[in-house]
Design a protein around this ligand. Structure first.
Ligand code: PLP
Length: 376
């Protein structure tokens, strides 16, 4: 018997998306640029308070553009979290820069301020610092921003996973010089694929829009004095984004409820721990994660296999740290702990992401919880 798939985090559509897409078709704005793109940028800016926004084809493209604006070039060092998705790191290499990997800290699973300080001792002049808000939990922004300010280095916030999360009442993505969001299919809202570059600086958003549309100089003929990119969001996908944005707060509330339900359900099992929240923040709880104590003979692989086999439920490992990736194995890495042991590696080895799809039913949630509990 085929059981219905229980997803980790799949798109949740509502209907308004189609209205905006229909408008694009009705007016024949089936192109990059167009009224949905402009409106989506304004709506994201209004929602997050970021100032200015440039809608792009992917969050990865937005990180690339942020690095381009900062002039990252051959040999330039960029500090980036070790425990993240490779897309945080890859664009540094597109510009021939050198990623230097900063370990996670245990309190939020994000960039460790003490490892960051150590990295600055060895590399006093990186071109940029990239921070991430993993699984939607805000990083220790006060500490990270203070260190960046001491060294006069710009911060890029990779808020791909944390749209809707706030830190001390302000949206993640709006603290750094530049911020980015992702609308990939599994993110809290989606355009099927897309991203947004954001900044308080209007010139920065304008420059990104220019570079992302092939860097065409203002002239009647095709004139180019810089290398450009075809990174703009299309007017059709921006329509999906506009419809989705109407439901972001609702998605966030449901994700938070999922996290809360899991936390309560596993609270009495001492070997299990949920991913941490930042007490200074309000997380969107994009994915709910568990770590299993070292003392348990049940590994995360065993739990993930049980969910797959018994419930046809999708779970997945924590992001594998960048310093363990073959492609980044040559990169310098700064551990959180004095003894050089890596917090990110420990989280990766003991943790996994639970099914966190907001369409999962109460019965499915209960079955997931039961399946995990039975193992402990
Ligand atoms: C998803 C993700 C990205 C990339 O966003 P895309 O829109 O898929 O290009 C970057 N960083 C992190 C941390 C992500 O989770």
């Amino acid at each position: 018997m085929d059981k219905k798939r229980i997803y980790l985090s799949s798109p949740t559509m509502h209907g308004e998306e189609q209205k905006y897409v229909q408008e694009a078709f009705d007016t024949n704005w089936v192109a990059p640029l167009g009224p949905n793109v402009n409106a989506f940028e304004k709506e994201i800016a209004a929602y997050t308070g970021c100032g200015h926004a440039a809608a792009l084809s992917a969050g990865t493209a937005a990180i690339h553009m942020a690095l381009r604006l900062l002039g990252v070039g051959r040999g330039d060092v960029v500090f980036v979290p070790d425990l993240t998705f490779a897309a945080s790191c890859n664009p540094i290499v597109y510009e021939n820069g050198t990623p230097v990997l900063i370990d996670a800290e245990p309190d939020t699973w994000n960039m460790s301020p003490q490892a960051l300080r150590r990295a600055f001792e060895k590399y006093p002049h990186p071109r940029a610092v990239i921070c991430v808000h993993l699984y939607g939990t805000p990083a220790k922004l006060d500490e990270i921003m203070e260190i960046c300010a001491e060294h006069d280095v710009p911060l890029i916030e990779d808020a791909a996973e944390s749209l809707g999360s706030t830190y001390k009442g302000r949206h993640t993505g709006t603290f750094g010089k530049y911020g980015i969001y992702s609308f990939n299919g599994n993110k809290i809202i989606t355009t099927s694929g897309g991203g947004m570059f954001v900044s308080a600086e209007e010139d920065a958003a304008k420059k990104v829009t220019f570079l992302a549309t092939q860097a065409r100089d203002p002239a009647r003929h095709y004139q180019h004095s810089q290398i450009g990119y075809n990174y703009r969001m299309s007017n059709v996908t921006a329509g999906i984004g506009r419809g989705q944005l109407l439901h972001l707060e609702e998605h966030k509330a449901k994700k938070k409820a999922i996290y809360q339900q899991y936390r309560e359900a596993f609270a009495d099992i001492p070997q299990l721990r949920m991913n941490p929240m930042n007490p200074d923040g309000d997380a969107n709880c994009w994915l709910s994660c568990l770590t299993i104590d070292k003392s348990s003979e049940i590994t995360s692989d065993i739990v993930m296999d049980a969910l797959e086999e018994k419930l046809n439920a999708e779970s997945r490992p924590i992001w594998k740290p960048m310093h363990l990736q073959p492609v980044f194995s040559e990169c310098d890495f700064f551990a959180h702990n004095e003894d050089g042991s890596s917090v990110g590696t420990d989280i990766f080895e003991r943790g996994f992401c639970l099914p966190s799809d907001i369409k999962n039913t109460e019965a499915e949630m209960e079955a997931i919880i039961r399946t995990v509990r039975e193992l402990f």
